[in-house]
Design a protein around this ligand. Sequence first.
Ligand code: GRF
Length: 218
Amino acid sequence: MARLKTGVLISGRGTNLQALLDACADPDFPAEIVSVIANKAGAQGLERARKAGVKASFLDHTLYEAREDFERELDERLREDGAEFVALAGFMRILTPWFVDKWRDRLINIHPSLLPAFKGVHTHDRALESGVRIHGATVHYVRPEMDDGPIIGQAAVPVLAGDTPDRLAARVLEAEHALYPACLRLVAQGKARVTAGLVRQDKDFGASETDALFNPTA
Ligand code: GRF
């Protein structure tokens, strides 16, 4: 079985990267991680990659005057490492349309809300302020607009009485760790292709109906 060669871009602690590394440690998992690149020198995720025997490197965006110059280097390094697909896992840098279009439908992201609600930052505070009863996380293909793009999978997490942003964030993060590998699996199996702007997980893609609504807390 050919495994989907995946590069992961990170900026920090890398717990989602860890979930992907753990899933990919199983030789039967349909994807493998061939490269981890951080734009922050001390990113904890770089150590996680090294421990898993995956090539880890640091690319300092502050050395480049234009965003696109940084991204050209990023693109080159991903290709050198053999990546054919890219997963963003807490990569705190907005990507330009140049990079996003170059990797169109081969670039995914995880966002800590049920998109299209709560795009941007501080999603858990905003969820609590808005009074929603169900919060969660989304894995989606990346488009040039922030936190936009065809949705691959979502994990629902209930908001509980007495929740603080930190408590809610911790439960959402746990759900993310199940959601991200599940979505990478779907993509690598060819079950989450984009058709007319959406991932339609109908019978044509061989996905079961429950694949589309992923709820690891249920
Ligand atoms: C996660 O909450 C993810 O949804 C968001 O950034 C955070 C990254 O956390 N995009 P980690 O670095 O994977 O622990």
